[in-house]
Design a binder for this molecule. Structure first.
Ligand SMILES: NC(=O)c1ccc[n+]([C@@H]2O[C@H](COP(=O)([O-])OP(=O)(O)OC[C@H]3O[C@@H](n4cnc5c(N)ncnc54)[C@H](OP(=O)(O)O)[C@@H]3O)[C@@H](O)[C@H]2O)c1
Length: 325
């Protein structure tokens, strides 16, 4: 797997990472054994970047990652985050909370240093300089190696960079979620030399073209609450998939691979982190590294999915308030 340099402090990651959230929460039914096998298979295929957060199941996902990396810790790069309190608990970016959360994540992960650590959601009640200042102190103390912030807007990123060297922004980005592009975050990352991890590059599975109706999702699947999957929107959104399917067929590839390849084509500082709990999907997704879209295909897909083309927002209203802050 090709390696990509992110940020200015030497962080080097595979061109495609593995998102671990859905192994524990949100999508379908968890299967810990298959999830661990998926994390092991990722390493075999050269994808050693695992992305989690203390928020995913209140630490449950970090504990699962700990089981997968046990005995091979040095082979993996683990990214985890703090500050997004689940169960309607809001956000917490206070410096003392960063210290407390980091200690807990170190323990749950069973490591003495976290490779990539940072803020999951910006806390509007705490100046960002104070939050990332605390992250920088954790870095000085050797508890974390590189710094991430998630769903920060470009101005917040600029302020953060005055108090710490942020290596990577982790924010949603896919064909149908283009806020990072339209809101100037990608341009700010490019200008400031900050890397970018694109989360939900498959639109939470939708862009794989394997979900065409709500019947494809189990009753408690969180996507049923996501606006783009609501009954009034999903049919309109399914109609957007045809060009991805056509371009995929032309490449002998799958729609999921085309969706990931499109994200990769947006810049050499952008690393998609598709999530899956299955080895089959993992292998398919990593195969996107071998799919090179033409400039015309990249432009056609950008146009079909231009901002506003998808019906529904990328998060329900309550969560939308906390992104790109
Ligand atoms: N920083 C943040 O606020 C934030 C928010 C959301 C996510 N993330 C991170 O980003 C990662 C990726 O995002 P995501 O998981 O939300 O969305 P995603 O990567 O767009 O999609 C994941 C979903 O797509 C399915 N899938 C994966 N590969 C597939 C394939 N080849 N064909 C068909 N379906 C496929 C998965 O199914 P299975 O589950 O059945 O394998 C899962 O339901 C997460 O795991 C998490 O680490 C970060």
């Amino acid at each position: 797997m090709k390696q990509v340099k992110l940020g200015k402090q030497g962080l080097t990651v595979p061109a495609i990472g593995l998102g671990c959230m859905g192994m524990s929460i949100s999508y379908g039914t968890p299967d810990d054994a298959e999830s661990i096998a998926t994390m092991h298979r990722a390493l075999d295929l050269g994808c050693n970047l695992l992305v989690t957060s203390d928020a995913y199941g209140n630490g449950v996902n970090e504990e699962l990652v700990a089981k997968a990396i046990a005995g091979r810790r040095r082979d993996y790069l683990v990214c985890t985050k703090f500050g997004n309190l689940m169960g309607g608990g809001g956000v917490n970016g206070r410096p003392e909370y960063a210290v407390e959360a980091c200690e807990k994540s170190l323990k749950r992960l069973g490591v003495d240093e976290i490779d990539i650590y940072g803020l999951h959601r910006v806390d509007p009640a705490v100046p960002i300089e104070e939050t990332v200042g605390a992250m920088a102190r954790l870095q000085e103390q050797g508890k974390v190696r590189y710094l991430v912030i998630s769903e920060a807007g470009p101005e917040t990123l600029r302020r953060a960079m005055t108090a710490a060297t942020i290596d990577v922004c982790e924010t949603e980005y896919s064909l149908w979620s283009r806020d990072a592009e339209t809101g100037g975050l990608l341009a700010a990352c490019r200008e400031l030399g900050v890397g970018y991890m694109a989360y939900a590059p498959l639109g939470r599975g939708f862009l794989s073209a394997k979900i065409k109706s709500l019947d494809d999702l189990i009753e408690k699947d969180r996507r049923r609450q996501h606006p783009r999957y609501l009954p009034e929107n999903i049919e309109k959104n399914v109609a957007l998939l045809a060009p991805i399917e056509r371009i995929a067929a032309a490449h002998g590839a799958t729609p999921a691979q085309v969706a990931i390849a499109w994200v990769m084509a947006q810049g050499d500082f952008i690393v998609p982190i598709p999530g899956t709990k299955r080895r089959t999907y993992l292998e398919e997704n990593l195969g996107a590294a071998n799919v090179t879209l033409s400039a015309a295909e990249v432009a056609e897909l950008a146009e079909v999915f231009k901002p506003g083309a998808a019906a529904g927002t990328r998060y329900p209203d309550a969560q939308l308030k906390g992104v790109m802050v």
